[in-house]
Design a protein around this ligand. Structure first.
Ligand code: SF4
Length: 151
């Protein structure tokens, strides 16, 4: 489909306008954390995604990468969309989207929680709460860099 061009098929890749994006979306399956990619930190630590640096699944100086990739329980959970919670768990698009697992972790400290960034989630009480917190945070006065250094 790429016409000989090298492509990186991630959920952020737009592709060529003539491509069948529905096919690509179904192939990629949405959030790729622990499914089609992971993050390798400079010290050898492996995380499911660059946006989840505090989730350390193992270290390639101590274990084989294949073992971490194939056997780690967090990786296995991320590949199982039937474990998704809230609106993501009930969503008809969960197999082509699955929501951002890093955002779920950031807002709810749970990698299987709903994605608060989705417009389909607006009616979920926990999402309304997260959005209200976000709005409150946005209203807080900004601390200048010099002042921040003094704190
Ligand atoms: S609720 Fe939204 S973020 Fe979650 S799977 Fe459905 S479309 Fe994706």
């Amino acid at each position: 489909m790429s016409g000989g061009e090298i492509v990186a098929p991630t959920h952020m890749y737009i592709g060529h306008p003539s491509w069948d994006l529905k096919v690509l979306a179904e192939f990629v399956g949405g959030c790729g954390a622990g499914r089609i990619y992971c993050a390798l930190q400079p010290n050898g630590d492996v995380s499911p995604c660059v946006f989840m640096p505090r989730i350390i699944l193992g270290n390639i100086t101590e274990s084989s990468f294949i073992d971490i990739w194939e056997k780690n329980e967090v990786m296995r959970r991320l590949r199982n969309r039937s474990l998704l919670k809230g609106h993501c768990g009930n969503c008809k698009y969960k197999h082509v989207c699955g929501g951002c697992r890093a955002r779920a972790l950031g807002y709810f400290n749970d990698i299987m929680a709903p994605d608060s960034g989705c417009i389909r989630e607006l009616e979920e009480p926990s999402i309304r709460f997260a959005r209200a917190l976000e709005a409150e945070h946005a209203r807080m006065p900004r601390v200048s860099e010099g002042r921040r250094n003094m704190l």
